[in-house]
Design a protein around this ligand. Structure first.
Ligand SMILES: Cc1cc2nc3c(=O)[nH]c(=O)nc-3n(C[C@H](O)[C@H](O)[C@H](O)COP(=O)(O)OP(=O)(O)OC[C@H]3O[C@@H](n4cnc5c(N)ncnc54)[C@H](O)[C@@H]3O)c2cc1C
Length: 468
């Protein structure tokens, strides 16, 4: 066991806060708590930065960027530029990806050190409402924050062997482009890997048990993504349940309950993530749990007053920025401030496939449940009318859902690069803006953000580049 990256004085406390898990939720909490003058211990058994930095957001987005470069070189003639696409050098792609991760990792270690956080390397276990034990050494704190994150789930009877049947952890380490892949699960992670592999030249089939890809998104977004994937020749089976997998000489033979079988070199299991909460002492100390998740109130406090929990370990959206937000909120509460609870509907969601899917606020169907079928209005602005989107040759839309005679309550977008538009959408939602409020803001031309402006112009009854 070693204390590192922190000050070498007074490591054993007592601390104001002991944080178990150094991923997005845990380290954000540690950084903010230290900034507020608290004495912080951060316990991490693997690498500071957790899933997001090492096995999640950052490496996948590096692969997606490499995929975009591959598409650009393959499709460059559409723009009058002659290039030749000679293929993917996977070790070089991995070196680029690992370089990005490495630089951010170094930066984060420096940040934790500069805030004088005591970084404890080792496997921690909750041993009392105010203490965590690591390799026989006890770290006492006035408060404990649980932030042990999540792991890639599988299905009953589906064994991950790490070579033919893999999760995103192994997918990020592949040293080759597979000839063909079955992706089990059409959620965010499944769609992102499907998009990368297709761009890299693999044959991809997604199997999704629900009726649509990215099933948590507005149905119109899901359908648009499906149309785009169909055009890209990414195959998918919707409403199809997995029944079994057999290893073959060349890879795997996946069977579905509908009787179909699909052969491929690899099966990626992307059926969701479960909380890392087993055998960590949580139940023994009396922390209330539900399906393995730690139960918390709107300020992320558990039923044990000295214990809070954040990130993928609690049943909120499993996103890095949600972990950051929860970690910061807990630190501020422990620091005597009065942070507002997080409005989870107001958290932006982005699937970084090609095309991207981005949203904030509620879907049309949820708005109907909330305000009644006649209590809402929607408007879909087609990116065909947006100059920059035409320049990029992308198809998609910006869809607005508003409460009738009320504010915009949902913004849903599909198209290349629309993830970047979600920042403005989030402000519109958070500000409870009326279409007229946004319509009066002049947007820069020609940008894709104009599509957000024009959607509001149209919903306010004064469409510009749209049929009224
Ligand atoms: C492939 C993939 C892509 C993703 N892409 C995105 C994205 O683009 N955008 C986005 O917002 N989110 C994305 N996510 C989700 C994001 O990574 C998670 O929501 C985020 O990492 C959760 O943070 P966390 O701190 O709760 O958990 P984690 O990041 O999992 O961190 C938990 C940490 O706790 C440590 N730990 C666990 N148990 C112990 C113990 N007993 N003792 C000591 N340490 C322990 C672990 O080693 C780990 O470092 C992605 C996830 C995956 C898998």
């Amino acid at each position: 066991m070693a204390d590192s990256a922190g000050t070498q004085s007074g490591q054993n406390g007592p601390f104001d806060v002991v944080i178990l898990g150094g991923g997005s939720g845990g380290y954000a909490c540690a950084l903010r708590a230290a900034q507020l003058g608290m004495k912080v211990a951060l316990v991490e058994k693997g690498e500071l930065g957790g899933t997001c930095l090492h096995r999640g957001c950052i490496p996948t987005k590096a692969l997606l960027h490499a995929a975009e470069v591959a598409d650009s070189s393959r499709e460059s003639e559409q723009f009058g530029v002659r290039t030749s696409f000679d293929g993917i050098d996977m070790p070089a792609v991995n070196a680029y990806k690992d370089g990005v991760v490495g630089r951010l990792y170094k930066g984060l270690q420096g940040l934790v050190k500069s805030r004088k956080i005591t970084f404890v390397e080792g496997m921690g276990r909750l041993v009392s409402p105010t203490a965590v034990e690591v390799d026989g050494r006890r770290y006492e704190g006035k408060h404990v924050v649980l932030a042990t994150g999540s792991y890639a789930k599988s299905l009953p009877g589906l064994d991950i062997d790490g070579s033919q049947v893999i999760t995103s952890d192994q997918a990020l380490k592949l040293d080759r482009v597979p000839a063909s892949v079955v992706v089990l699960g059409g959620g965010v992670i499944g769609c992102e890997f499907a998009s990368v592999w297709k761009s890299f030249g693999a044959e991809v089939t997604i199997v999704e048990a629900l009726p649509h890809l990215v099933p948590l998104e507005d149905e119109q977004s899901s359908k648009m993504l499906e149309r785009a994937f169909r055009k890209r020749k990414i195959a998918f089976e919707l409403g199809a349940r997995f029944s079994g997998v057999e290893k073959t000489e060349g890879g795997v033979k996946v069977s579905l309950e509908n009787g179909k079988t699909i052969e491929a070199e690899l099966l990626l299991v992307a059926v969701g993530r479960g909380p890392t909460s087993q055998e960590l002492g949580y139940e023994q100390v009396g922390v209330e749990m539900e399906r393995g998740f730690v139960k918390v109130d709107e300020h992320c406090q558990t039923n044990v007053p000295t214990i809070s929990a954040v990130g993928d370990l609690i049943p909120t959206l499993q996103l890095a920025h949600v972990g950051f937000g929860e970690g910061i909120m807990v630190a501020e509460r422990l620091g005597g401030l009065e942070p507002a609870p997080i409005d989870y509907d107001g958290v932006p969601r982005v699937t970084y496939s090609e095309p991207e899917v981005a949203s904030v606020g509620i879907t049309e169907s949820r708005a109907k449940e909330k305000y009644g079928d006649d209590g809402i209005e929607t408007l879909t602005y087609d990116l065909a009318g947006n100059g920059k989107s035409q320049i990029l040759k992308t198809a998609g839309f910006v869809k607005l859902v508003r409460q009738k005679d009320g504010p915009v309550v949902g913004i849903h977008m599909v198209g290349s690069r629309v993830g970047e538009l979600v920042a403005e959408a989030q402000l519109i939602y958070g500000w409870e803006a009326y279409p007229d409020d946004v319509a009066s803001l002049v947007h820069a031309h020609p940008t894709q953000t104009e599509a957000v402006g024009e959607a509001h112009l149209a919903l306010a009854g004064k469409p510009l580049h749209a049929h009224g």
